[in-house]
Design a protein around this ligand. Structure first.
Ligand SMILES: C[S@@+](CC[C@H](N)C(=O)[O-])C[C@H]1O[C@@H](n2cnc3c(N)ncnc32)[C@H](O)[C@@H]1O
Ligand SMILES: [Zn+2]
Length: 269
């Protein structure tokens, strides 16, 4: 565990200036801009301070109450409603994600891990990989700690992932894309921290362009709450624009899981 944490620390970069961090007087400090970052038993805290642009949905995730009921109530309910009760069971979803990531080299990154229910299940299916769990909500990370005290947890904004380029063999991002103010930026960040040849599995609650007025509803959600429901095509376009090659997808009603690959260095030439 200590060796794993040491390896992950070496991958950390400052969310402000992207320079490496070093341990200085018991805290992590940036070797470029000098910013010091806190750390406690819940997480290494690498948030740069620009949280004003959080969507209403993302803000709700900072509630300890929501974090507490998320696994038992909130996630099952959101999935049931968006899939017309055809949602995959959590174990089946974790198996599907682990299979899609296959033998991608470690470490793996779970972006917006929430209370860690899914990433713990994926970790159990790929015990030889270490999984680094990232979320912006301290309440969610605190619950993730209860579920698995040994996991490596980092508090960070998905739009500024505090890792060096190509740090991870696989990136997981489940049920969070619609909560980001700039989903395109997050997908680009996930592509950046993927190693060449690395795999991404992302999922989202889709909007539907076929529903009367849904475009208006989407614009209202975006302008009032900062929530960005995406269509399947928009999600696929985000992935392609980030330089990733789409591989497969699995659709359960309005819940879509999608896998993609970062081209290996020689494929990108
Ligand atoms: C609906 S939960 C999904 C949790 C988990 N991935 C799952 O599938 O159960 C969305 C998560 O995204 C996190 N989140 C929202 N905005 C974020 C951001 N800008 N950076 C990192 N995490 C964010 C929330 O705190 C919340 O834990
Ligand atoms: Zn810095």
């Amino acid at each position: 565990m200590a060796a794993e944490l040491g390896r992950v620390r070496a991958l950390l970069r400052c969310p402000r200036c992207s320079r490496p961090l070093e341990a200085r007087e018991g805290v992590m400090a940036c070797t470029g801009c000098g910013t010091r970052f806190g750390e406690d038993e819940v997480a290494i805290d690498l948030v740069s301070g620009d949280e004003r642009r959080m969507s209403f949905g993302a803000r709700a995730m900072h509630s300890s109450f929501l974090a507490r009921i998320y696994e038992s109530f909130w996630r099952p309910l959101s999935l049931a409603l968006s899939t017309g009760f055809s949602m995959p069971a959590r174990d089946a979803e974790a198996s599907l994600v682990a299979r899609a990531l296959g033998d991608a080299a470690g470490p793996w990154l779970d972006v917006s891990c929430g209370p860690g229910g899914i990433s713990n299940r994926i970790a159990a299916r790929a015990p030889e990989r270490s999984i680094v769990a990232v979320d912006l909500s301290r309440a969610m990370l605190a619950r993730a700690r209860v579920a698995n005290p040994d996991a490596i947890r980092i508090r960070a904004d998905a739009a500024r992932l505090p890792f060096e380029d190509g740090a991870f063999g696989a990136v997981i991002n489940l049920a969070a894309l619609d909560l980001y103010p700039e989903p395109a930026r997050v997908v680009k960040e996930m592509a950046r921290v993927l190693a060449p040849g690395g795999a991404l599995v992302a999922s989202a609650f889709l909007s539907s362009d076929t529903l009367l007025g849904s475009r208006v509803l989407r614009q209202t959600l975006t302008s009032t709450a900062g929530i960005h429901p995406l269509s399947q095509q928009e999600l696929e376009d985000l992935v392609a624009r980030a330089g990733l090659a789409r591989r497969d997808h699995w659709r359960f009603g309005r819940y879509l899981l999608l896998s993609a690959k970062k081209p290996a260095a020689r494929e990108a030439l």
